[in-house]
Design a binder for this molecule. Structure first.
Ligand code: NAD
Length: 492
């Protein structure tokens, strides 16, 4: 079956096909169709027509909520198949992929419930002849552009609220991991969404993403991905003054005070940074640890890092998979080389594994880097790999200062038993999410997004729905009288 979906038809693209590669062994999983510029125009035209006329605009919010509920059921019905596909595509473990499908289901259920709960409000003007309403309307045609680390999950944070609000959309998943996005569109079709409402194009950023962001008939771009791409998208959107919602990278501090139980600290430091080989936007890549326990924590993390079981995400007992691509592996190797060149110490890892069974895949060993300074590239830039850097502090103020010393502002954590300190530090951190004695959890009802260069929007929660809504004020004067502002007579 062809892989592009435009105006209710599965179709091949005009730009041939491209391989989808399994990061575990570099084998080709399948070939998928690639969209050309003409396909971009066709998909946008279909989304435009479905928005401007046709049955979609006549649906009630409750009906759209019911559709989301049906998609949630189907996700659970097909959970195992979808999870296996996600693992083949990304290399992550099957256990993680199953959690992703459950999380995605929860997001669809959340917006299914929220869809008809907020129709706007009536405003008291003090004038009984006037009915003033503030109503929520869909934005229009949305381009939804997503990354490769959580392909289905990141897409669900956009598709579910976009549908709930009544928009039409063109999806552009990462060219590296397109498979479960195709599956989600199949489920949208099965759930009865009319032709033209949900469309999907496959292809790379320059050929498919860029023309979407500058297209005059696209009203909004919702993007999750890297900082430089986000900047390019905001620039490209400026010409047509599109609404942009960008969710970008992070350089996330994990602040551990000395009163934290050592076992707990070590366990969470490892979870924070090595989950999914560090390819998590909220990865706790910067350990900021109190001097008096720093040696003990680092020694134990180094010891345990060498036991992390890498392998095929489909196999039982594997704890982490590979990096997503050869290009990303090269980027991680480059970060380690630059840290070495700038004088840091590589305490463990720092290379690809010796294990011959992993030699074809894009594996990199969990790596701990000490003796860093704040100006090093490995501290300033998002690495998005299994690299943990270690910085030390002696006072609370110093910990906060280090935690905020980044252009990013996505997420951070503080570990301490002193709840007063926990609240002081969490208030002072300029990050969109702060965990206290935890790392990574998120919840569909709570907003997710970044401060600073981590983004300009919020996904999830009520704000994640509002991103896909226009707000309109309708003023209805039921007893108009001439105002006689202008006399309507010649000046004497
Ligand atoms: P990326 O920016 O390279 O690509 C993301 C998407 O943008 C892909 O679909 C790509 O094809 C497309 N794209 C590339 N150039 C484009 C252009 N000029 N115009 C339009 N689209 C274009 O990011 P990636 O490597 O796929 O993902 C990793 C990044 O995503 C990391 O920085 C990570 O932190 C970030 N991320 C952020 C969040 C969050 O919630 N803030 C979540 C997941 C990932």
């Amino acid at each position: 079956m062809p892989n592009l979906y435009i105006d209710g038809h599965w179709t091949s693209g005009s730009a041939g096909t491209a391989p989808v590669v399994n990061p575990y062994d570099a084998s080709v999983v399948t070939e998928v169709d690639q969209a050309g510029t003409d396909d971009v125009d066709r998909a946008v035209a279909a989304a435009r027509a479905a928005f401007d006329s046709g049955p979609w605009r006549a649906t009630t919010a409750g009906e759209r909520g019911a559709i989301l509920g049906r998609i949630a059921e189907m996700l659970q019905r097909d959970k195992e198949k979808i999870a296996r596909t996600e693992t083949l595509d990304t290399g992550k473990t099957l256990a993680e992929s199953r959690i992703d499908v459950d999380d995605v289901t929860a997001v669809f259920r959340y917006y299914s419930g929220l869809a008809d709960k907020d129709a706007g409000r009536v405003v008291d003007t003090g004038n009984a002849d006037v009915v003033a309403r503030v109503v929520h309307e869909p934005v229009g045609v949305c381009a939804l552009i997503t990354p490769w680390n959580y392909p289905l999950l990141q897409l669900s944070w956009k598709v579910a609220p976009a549908i709930a609000a009544g928009n039409t959309m063109v999806i552009k998943p990462s060219e590296v991991t397109p498979l479960t996005s195709i599956t989600l569109v199949e489920l949208c079709e099965e759930a009865g969404i009319p032709p033209g409402v949900v469309n999907i194009l496959l292809g790379d950023g320059p050929s498919v993403g860029a023309p979407l962001t500058s297209h005059p008939d696209v009203d909004m771009v919702s993007f999750t991905g890297g900082l430089s791409t986000g900047q390019a998208i905001i620039r490209a959107s400026a010409e047509t003054v599109k609404r942009t919602a960008v969710e970008l990278g992070g350089k996330n501090p994990n602040i551990v005070f000395a009163d934290t139980d050592l076992e707990l600290a070590v366990d969470y430091v490892m979870l924070a940074v090595f989950l999914h080989s560090g390819q998590v936007c909220s990865a706790g890549a910067r350990l900021i640890v109190e001097e008096s326990i720093a040696d003990a924590v680092v020694d134990e993390v180094v010891r345990r890092a060498s036991y992390i079981r890498q392998g095929n995400g489909l196999d039982d007992g594997v704890e982490v998979g590979p990096l997503v691509s050869a290009a990303h592996l090269a980027k991680i190797e480059d970060f380690v080389a630059s840290a070495r060149a700038e004088g840091a110490t590589i305490r463990c890892g720092g290379t690809r594994p010796d294990d011959p069974s992993l030699k074809n895949g894009f594996f990199f060993l969990p790596t701990v880097i000490t003796d860093v300074t704040r100006d090093m590239r490995v501290i300033r830039e998002e690495t998005f790999g299994p690299l943990l850097t270690v910085e030390r502090f002696t006072t609370e103020a110093e910990a906060i200062e280090l935690g905020n010393d980044t252009h990013y502002g996505l997420a951070g954590a503080v570990f301490t038993q002193d709840m007063g300190r926990a609240h002081r530090v969490s208030s002072a951190l300029r990050h969109g999410t702060v965990w206290i004695n935890d790392f990574h959890p998120y919840f569909p009802g709570a907003e997710w997004g970044g401060m600073g260069r981590s983004g300009n929007g919020r996904e999830l929660g009520p704000t994640g729905l509002a991103e896909y809504q226009e707000i309109k004020h309708v003023w209805n004067n039921t007893a108009p009288e001439p105002q006689r502002w202008f006399s309507g007579t010649p000046a004497s």
